[in-house]
Design a protein around this ligand. Structure first.
Ligand code: HEM
Ligand SMILES: *[C@@H]1O[C@H](CO)[C@@H](O)[C@H](O)[C@H]1NC(C)=O
Ligand SMILES: *[C@@H]1O[C@H](CO)[C@@H](O)[C@H](O)[C@H]1NC(C)=O
Ligand SMILES: *[C@@H]1O[C@H](CO)[C@@H](O)[C@H](O)[C@H]1NC(C)=O
Ligand SMILES: *[C@@H]1O[C@H](CO)[C@@H](O)[C@H](O)[C@H]1NC(C)=O
Ligand SMILES: *[C@@H]1O[C@H](CO)[C@@H](O)[C@H](O)[C@H]1NC(C)=O
Length: 336
């Protein structure tokens, strides 16, 4: 089981404390044990319900499943997979929704709400929001033509969230390969995991906002990133001219509704949208994986599933609960 940086494996280092928590059933101070088929007795329809709501969302708005899939990354990297990123701000807590990486960017929270409402009707208080994110991300990949895989479940939802932690941890679209390798290694995710997981950008969109510096002032040079293929660069200039509404969106790869290895082919061709994408091809240590995945889709799918499973194991070891509403901690009134 992985634990996330900064979190102390308390229960293992101080045995009497561990016993105390065991005896008094203190909620999950030692990380919850994740299992396959975790809800097979308590809510046997859980996985089918998540998939069916995701399927409906996909029909209604194809991009929304990509938007939900992104939640797994933004949840698991910030204090473990605990649905902290779903909490709304309160008068006493600045949550993660308005953090640098998430503001005006994360979207489709309402799809998770719909999953949760459906589950609460069938098995109230049983399925955590953190597990919903993991199931829904898997389903998003499957529904767009990618692999399907079994997920371990049994996570609890956090009692708090931290805008500051999200600001400090989540990488910028300007990031270079060295800093991404470094960040992922803090979670025991390998260079291969980094490249495979970046393949999630096979689906979905990004904003002009995320590439303006790359188009007009890469590394303060006043010039575009030379790694952008010239015809693609002209297209990007047209879509994101100076003064454009920076919320205008562009495809992350040339097949944004299909989960495939086209993303890697695009990187090889200099047609990656984000600097953090193209840098994986420019940089030697990551380039070999980009090439490999661009030539072998099933190798990409295998590595992607492995990366998602490892990322899904990240836990903070902090106490938790099963939230009834993914946006608020239980027992707190919803403030309108
Ligand atoms: C390696 C570091 C990563 C960086 C720097 C990064 C950054 C970004 C950025 C800047 C966007 C566009 C946001 C916008 O312009 O509003 C984006 C979109 C997206 N990211 Fe990442 N990302 C990374 C890794 C990941 C991972 C590991 C996943 C999931 C496993 C993921 C899933 C997605 C998806 C699906 C979208 C499209 C969302 C949509 O259409 O709403 N990303 N990412
Ligand atoms: C990474 O692996 C090491 C050694 O197995 C372990 O001690 C550490 O807790 C792990 N870190 C994370 C973030 O999983
Ligand atoms: C990569 O980015 C980091 C952090 O922004 C920076 O310190 C480093 O110099 C960059 N490395 C290269 C090779 O550009
Ligand atoms: C480009 O970036 C550099 C360094 O960040 C800055 O000093 C310069 O003013 C920028 N140029 C333009 C045209 O924005
Ligand atoms: C993007 O849209 C949000 C609201 O949806 C707005 O607050 C923000 O200012 C817009 N950003 C830009 C760069 O226009
Ligand atoms: C592609 O990768 C898979 C492993 O996922 C491997 O079994 C297969 O032999 C590879 N195909 C080629 C043509 O290299």
């Amino acid at each position: 089981m992985n634990s996330i940086p900064n979190a102390q494996p308390m229960a293992n280092t101080f045995f009497p404390l561990f016993l105390f928590f065991l005896l008094f059933h203190f909620p999950s101070l030692s990380p919850a044990k994740l299992q396959l088929n975790f809800y097979s007795n308590s809510c046997p329809q859980a996985e089918a319900i998540v998939r069916s709501v995701m399927h409906k969302a996909f029909i209604r708005e194809p991009r929304s499943v990509a938007s939900v899939m992104r939640f797994q990354f933004h949840d698991c990297f910030v204090n473990g997979c605990d649905a902290s990123m779903l909490l709304d701000d309160t008068p006493t807590m600045l949550g993660e929704k308005l953090s640098l990486a998430n503001i005006n960017s994360l979207r489709s929270y309402e799809v998770v709400d719909e999953v949760k409402e459906t589950l609460e009707k069938v098995c109230p208080g049983i399925v955590s929001c953190a597990d919903i994110i993991i199931m829904a991300s898997r389903d998003a990949v499957f529904l767009t033509g990618g692999p399907d895989w079994p997920v371990e479940l049994g996570r609890l939802d956090s009692l708090t969230a931290s805008q500051e932690d999200s600001d400090q941890i989540m990488p910028s679209p300007r990031a270079n390969a060295t800093s991404l390798i470094d960040l992922f290694s803090k979670y025991n995710l390998s260079v291969k995991d980094l490249v495979a997981l970046s393949g999630s950008h096979s689906i979905g969109k990004g904003r002009c906002f995320s590439i303006m510096f790359r188009l007009y002032n890469q590394s303060g040079t006043g010039r575009p990133d030379p790694a952008i293929e010239p015809r693609f660069r002209e297209e990007l200039f047209k879509r994101c001219p100076h003064g454009v509404d920076e919320n205008v969106t562009l495809n992350l790869d040339s097949t944004p509704y299909v989960f495939d290895n086209q993303y890697f082919k695009d990187l090889v061709g200099g047609r990656g949208l984000l600097n953090s994408d193209e840098t994986l091809y420019t940089f030697g240590e990551t380039r070999k994986y980009v090439r490999f995945f661009s030539k072998n889709q099933s190798a990409f799918f295998d590595a992607f599933v492995e990366g998602m499973s490892k990322m899904g194991d990240l836990q903070s070891g902090r106490p938790g609960e099963v939230r009834r509403n993914c946006r608020v901690v239980n027992g707190q009134s919803v403030i309108i």
